[in-house]
Ligand binder design. Structure first.
Ligand SMILES: [Zn+2]
Length: 519
């Protein structure tokens, strides 16, 4: 079995502490810096060779990518990320078509929102509704305050990427205008209105303003820790939809992922400031804004993401990396969320055991050939539904376990984990300079706003009820609820802590001054 970061004899908190220790390595040592960069590049190369949806997507993007000569010459840290990311161009100077072939078939009820209609209303949305002030304030993490201890240059060192839709123009497509930076919220808002992006992505806080990249070596210094979970990674366990499609039957897979990760990140890693966001179509994002999370090195980010990578691989190669007995964090997810969801919702709605391919896929996870064959022939002529079939499988495995067939130990639990444990796209979490679409953007295909989600009421979140640009424009819906969720579940506590942090810095400076005077 592949070795990974879970260790059976440590509590989740101990493992988390171990992971977070990465960040205490010296950061400013030149030799170490070089090693870390090399390691980063090697990882990027490995990740390109590896399997996974992120890499497939990356490869697709690779075909559209135009590396500027200048980037190659500088050979900076960002290279690795650039390789696996997306088409990059100098701001507003070059353009290229994206081949990021997102499919048109959105099964979700998108009302009457056509692509053209979304496009025509998009710019008005960013001018009238997009909460630029609030988002910029969050991304400044208190450093926009008029406070003696605020880092005044911090807000302007954040990289933004404006994705500009130039489809209508000759040679058009999407332009990824990277390295945008703004001195304050007003500057950000003005530029959003002027440049009319179709999408706004947030990058890291750099050592210098991203616009200075021609004269200094730009290095990412900190960034929120992010998670991305996408429904397309669940295609082999859905019978209702595939690819970009989602419906009420499969959306709960996302809810389950949110619940499992939310508890794990809070309880095992002690993170407090988690912003969950609907990605506008078929997935969810999480932005972790604790100072400790923002300052994690790439190595530590990878380790945190790997901690949740209990299920790894693709298709038939997908494996559950869970030990027996289960790691406490996996057991908590299993007992608290997964077991109940499997029986009460997943099996009755997805009916995977009545689907020939998915039944075979599930039976293949039973590590005993005789039982597999018996069950396959029994189900070939059975009219039982999926819940009852699962009951048959359970009984058969448990009976065999009673006869000391130890290879079946933990098999039932692993089958459940294989199907419904969160499938995190860990490539997104690994690097602090990975750009990610920010909250409150509009998805160009669905017209829906990427609204924040409240983990406490995740069960009742319905993507079909998320405001679209058409709803907002006509006044049928407002963003009030979404802004309230942002404030109540996330920002209010963050803002309080920002002020506390600044006050603590002042107190510390005074104490240091005083102790200096005593000598
Ligand atoms: Zn579905």
């Amino acid at each position: 079995m592949q070795r990974h970061t879970r260790e059976d004899f440590q509590t989740p908190r101990q493992v988390a502490r171990k992971i977070l220790k990465f960040q205490r390595r010296p950061r400013d040592c030149a030799t170490r810096g070089a090693t870390r960069r090399d390691a980063g590049d090697a990882r990027a190369r490995r990740s390109l060779r590896g399997v996974g949806r992120a890499n497939e997507r990356a490869n697709k993007r690779e075909t559209t990518r135009e590396t500027t000569r200048e980037t190659r010459r500088r050979g900076d840290d960002r290279r690795g990320d650039d390789r696996q990311r997306m088409a990059t161009v100098e701001p507003e100077t070059k353009r290229l078509k994206t081949e990021d072939g997102e499919k048109e078939n959105v099964a979700l009820n998108t009302g009457n929102v056509g692509k053209a209609r979304v496009k025509s209303l998009m710019y008005r949305y960013y001018k009238q509704f997009y909460p630029a002030d609030l988002l910029f304030k969050w991304l400044a993490h208190g450093n926009d305050e008029r406070h003696a201890r605020a880092e005044k240059t911090y807000p302007s060192r954040r990289e933004f990427c404006f994705v500009l839709d130039k489809e209508q123009e000759e040679g058009g497509g999407e332009i990824f205008a990277r390295y945008q930076s703004f001195v304050d919220a007003k500057d950000f808002k003005t530029n959003v209105e002027r440049k009319k992006p179709a999408r706004i992505e947030f990058g890291p806080i750099c050592n210098r303003r991203p616009s200075d990249r021609h004269t200094v070596e730009l290095k990412p210094e900190e960034r929120e820790l992010v998670f991305d979970i996408d429904m397309t990674d669940y295609d082999d366990v859905r019978t209702c939809c595939k690819e970009a499609g989602i419906c009420g039957k499969c959306w709960p897979l996302m809810t389950v992922a949110l619940k499992v990760l939310d508890v794990g990140l809070r309880e095992d890693f002690g993170f407090k400031h988690l912003l969950w966001v609907y990605s506008g179509r078929r997935g969810i994002h999480c932005w972790i804004s604790d100072e400790r999370a923002r300052k994690l090195s790439d190595e530590a980010r990878s380790a945190v993401a790997e901690y949740f990578a209990v299920v790894k691989g693709e298709g038939q190669g997908r494996r559950v990396l869970s030990s027996t007995p289960m790691h406490p964090s996996v057991k908590r997810a299993y007992d608290g969320v997964l077991k109940q969801y499997w029986i009460e919702s997943y099996l009755p709605t997805q009916r995977i055991l009545e689907d020939e391919t998915k039944l075979e896929q599930l039976l293949n996870l039973i590590p005993d050939e005789n039982i597999r064959e018996d069950l396959a022939s029994e189900f070939a002529t059975s009219s039982l539904n999926s819940v009852d079939r699962w009951g048959v499988i359970e009984r058969r495995v448990q009976d065999s376990l009673k006869k000391n067939n130890y290879k079946l130990t933990g098999a039932l639990e692993k089958i459940i984990l294989w199907h419904i444990y969160p499938r995190v796209d860990i490539e997104v979490s690994r690097h602090m300079n990975h750009l990610l679409k920010g909250p409150f953007c509009v998805h160009p295909k669905t017209g829906r706003v990427c609204v924040p989600m409240d983990p406490a009421t995740a069960d009742s979140f319905n993507p079909e009820l998320v405001p679209t640009v058409v709803d907002l424009d006509s006044g049928a819906q407002t963003l009030d609820g979404a802004i309230k969720t942002f404030n109540d579940t996330f920002w209010n506590a963050c803002a309080r802590e920002n002020i506390e942090r600044l006050t603590a810095k002042t107190r510390q400076a005074k104490a240091e001054q005083q102790s200096g005077m005593e000598f």
